[in-house]
Design a binder for this molecule. Sequence first.
Ligand SMILES: *Cc1c(COP(=O)(O)O)cnc(C)c1O
Length: 242
Amino acid sequence: MKTHPLDHISRLLDNAASAAGRPSPRLLAVSKTQPADAVAGLAALGQRAFGENYVQEAAAKIAELAQAEPGTPALEWHLIGHLQSNKAREAAALFDWVQTVDRTKLVAALARHRDPARGPLNVLVQVNIDDEASKHGCRPEDVEGLAATIAREPMLRLRGLMVIPIPHDDPELGRPAFRRSRALFDAMRARYPQVDTLSMGMSGDAAIAISEGATMVRIGTALFGARARREETQAPPFYTGR
Ligand SMILES: *Cc1c(COP(=O)(O)O)cnc(C)c1O
């Protein structure tokens, strides 16, 4: 019997964590561009948390899965792509987590549209840790203010930080950015006891991110194979096959 990539990845994550003397991170399966049945396949193996980049794509997939597998354990959906303010209502209704909160305007919109019956929406502050002019995410010096704004909203639950550092051909070169992220996370956690999530590391650099203290890694390519369209992965794969 062939071992599923999920088992390999889980083992690699566990090994990276134990080598660094850290707890194993949560695995977020990044299912963007993947069909609903690929999600169902991983869900059948026990994977619960899935990440999507586009609200529209996620809405279709979530609806399809709900119809295909009624009564199966609920999946946990994370938005990991940039969120436009005019999509905040839909995002607040669809997702369990929004990892890309990077401005005050979004905080109010998400809080206003969250249905109280669903409980608070989990949110991460996305930080532009490499200070790239063109990327999303707030500046490191703005994290504290944004966190305070989120913490004041009863319908939002501040859970931590998310970062997407610049990709490097040699993932080791990303280590300083992960280390700076962990320091910001520790500062946030010292102020807010409910903060428990540092989302960093993808297929190409998960091991480095874990050794620097990631508590959640977002893995697409290494679980599902290369994506056919939209995104190219710049980093080398963390897992390259059997
Ligand atoms: C696509 C994506 C990932 C997963 O990337 P892989 O290299 O396929 O593992 C993780 N995080 C974000 C924000 C993404 O857009």
